[in-house]
Structures are given as C-alpha cells and as structure tokens.
Design a protein around this ligand. Structure first.
Ligand code: HEM
Length: 165
C-alpha cells in the first residue's frame, strides 16, 4: 500500500496519523514471515536484487534466513532486529537507520507526515509509551461487538467455542 492508503485505513476508523504511528510501534515485538517482505530482498528491481533503502547487512541476513521461504513457509524474521522481544522504542530508531523490516515500516520514516513523529518516538521513549497506551485504549473500544453479537476471545486466533468437527 501507499502511505495515502495506509493513512486512510486508520483515519476511516477515527484514528489520527499520530495514533497510527504509535500503534505501529507494536512492531517492536514479534516476527514477520518472509513472504511479507520477500519483494524487498529478492529480485527487487532490474538494477538491484535488494531494496537499496534497506540496510545492506540486514538485507544480506534476511536473504540467508529466507532463502528457502517458498518451500518452508514458516521462515520468519524478527520485526525489531535490535531487541525483538522487548517492548521499547528501538523500532523507531531502526526505521531511521534503514532497519525497518516491512516496506510500510520503512515508509513511516520517509513520508513527511510521519517522519517527525518517528523521530520524536526514537528520541523520547516516554512519549511513545504514553501515546501507545492512549491509542490502544481507543482501539480497544472501537467497534466492539456486545451481547450475542460477539465475544472476547480467550485466544486471539480462535473462537472460544470451536464448532464440533
Ligand atoms: C501499517 C500498518 C500495519 C501493517 C502494514 C502491518 C503488517 C504486519 C505484517 C505483514 C506482519 C507479519 C505477519 C506475519 O508474517 O505473520 C505484522 C506483524 C505484527 N503486527 Fe503489524 N502491521 C501494521 C500495524 C500494526 C498495528 C497497528 C499493530 C498493533 C497495535 C500491529 C501489531 C503487530 C504485531 C504484534 C506483529 C507480530 C505478530 C507475531 O509475532 O506473531 N501491527 N504486521
């Protein structure tokens, strides 16, 4: 997606660009399967195998990790290469160094509407934490299905009562 399209996804849910950047800071943890960023590291263009905006060492590492990704679909890389399982502001510092994993992560550091926010969060972890908490609280009540219309899942990736097979 272009940044215009990404911004629209959030603003149609009544989230500001600042809230979008804060929420995407969730990529400070977890991992991403190779197919989501394979276009950045294999056959990127006629002149370069890899996306030239990606840190070259990181690109080489990802090419190694993902070399068999079309066969082994489980291959994945950490979202935050510096501190993969720590919730901190390293994700934003990564973006500014070309260490953003997804094209959308990288774009946040390029677009003039989002770059200043990325820079602020990279400098000041407290501001990021505060903005993230507020924005998470906001999405947590957005479009919640109450009563018989929905349920709060015990596991985020499955219904509470799976239908009998
Ligand atoms: C521009 C917006 C976003 C895009 C394009 C995006 C895209 C992705 C993609 C492609 C993955 C990898 C999925 C996989 O390979 O299994 C991912 C992982 C993840 N995303 Fe996002 N995301 C966005 C915003 C967000 C937001 C707003 C949050 C939460 C507030 C979030 C939280 C996460 C987490 C925690 C993971 C890691 C999941 C895991 O380790 O299993 N992302 N995202």
């Amino acid at each position: 997606m272009t940044m215009d399209q990404i911004i629209e996804k959030f603003t149609t849910k009544n989230l500001t660009i600042r809230e979008m950047v804060a929420l995407t800071g969730a990529h400070t943890i977890g991992f991403t399967h190779c197919k989501e960023f394979s276009n950045r590291i294999f056959n990127f263009s006629k002149t370069s195998h890899v996306d030239p905006t990606l840190n070259p060492k990181m690109a080489e590492g990802l090419r190694q990790v993902c070399q068999n990704y079309t066969v082994d679909h489980s291959m994945a890389a950490f979202n935050d290469v510096r501190s993969p399982s720590k919730f901190d502001n390293a994700y934003f510092n990564n973006i500014l160094k070309g260490l953003g994993l997804l094209a959308s992560d990288h774009l946040l550091g390029v677009d003039p509407r989002t770059r200043p926010i990325v820079e602020q969060y990279a400098k000041d972890e407290k501001v990021f934490f505060q903005d993230f908490a507020n924005a998470m609280e906001k999405v947590s009540v957005f479009g919640v299905k109450t009563g018989h219309k929905g349920e709060v899942r015990n596991r985020c990736d499955q219904f509470n009562n799976l239908p009998a097979m």
